[in-house]
Design a protein around this ligand. Sequence first.
Ligand code: PLP
Length: 365
Amino acid sequence: MPFKPSATKTVRAGINSEPLFGDVVAPVHLSTTFAFKEFAEVPEHDYTRASNPTRALLGRAIADLEGGYDAVVTASGMAAIAMVIEAFVPVGSLVVAPHDCYGGTWRLLDSYARKGRLQVEFLDLATPADIPPAALVIVESPSNPLLRLTDIAAVTAAAHAQGALVLADNTFATPMNCQPISLGVDLVVHSATKYLAGHSDVVLGAVVSARAELHEELAFWGKNIGVTAGPIDCYLGLRGLRTLHLRFPAAEANAQAIAADLRGQPEVQQVYYPGFGAIVSFELADTDAVRAFTDGLTTMSLAESLGGVETLIAHPATMTHSAMPDDVRAAAGITDGLLRLSVGIEDLGDLLADIHSGLARIGLR
Ligand SMILES: Cc1ncc(COP(=O)(O)O)c(C=O)c1O
């Protein structure tokens, strides 16, 4: 059953966790190594690549939000996805992923397949699809950048029937809008760089496991290949996470108003917005229209990434999804006129005024 993520748990993650001086906010544990109190008695944390107190606090906080057992926090979202593959995809076995998945995920799977590490099938998971026998099925909902919705529970049931583990990339929805573990998935991945950390100042990833044995395996592989995150980054992640419950609804309210406004604009051919979340994608006529719109924006930056308090605008064809060959991108519905807005928490009136000026520039070109 879906549940409401606890703001209290997140806000209090790590609070009062240091008995020595009574720090209210958990300190950053920079030490790479931790002393054994007694011979052959391995402490809770022994070496930071394997385990670190600051990282452990962030992992537990993210797992609490997702309703999972625990989380391994990694140096990036891509490190998190690569770690899942190392842990759970035997050499040569099949991974299924959405045909319109995040470009970096597409590139990772495609390049692994080219090296013979695994096989990959990119399927349209937003419409009912037959799931083949696979080691791992990846779902993204909503998808990036077209915000198409996948029936996570149905795909998960079909994948489980084929013996696959299911990994949900919950970066866009965040646990505020979707808790994939309550829908049956085994693993939840985040680019915590985005909404969880929320301030565009740290690159981080996380994999939440539904069950202890999955977490133990991931913790082993995180340590084995050394993709775990550093303590300062984890501290920034923990600090950002504390305000997710305030930032996300504020950005979402702005996004809802912007999506409604864009729907009434003649220069906008199509608006993609599922009714929730803070990402709005929209279609202009062509690259010239995109250039006219983006040249001169004052309240939003033309930049990759998303999920920060500031508004960003991206052109997927030349930015986030440029790794996809033209035909693959076309099949995924990503055109040259498509723009993706990561709506922030600025004043709505300022954002709308900037958007209206941008649309007016298209008419003048
Ligand atoms: C949906 C999604 N998954 C994964 C990633 C990769 O995360 P990172 O950039 O933190 O490696 C991104 C990055 O944009 C993303 O948007």
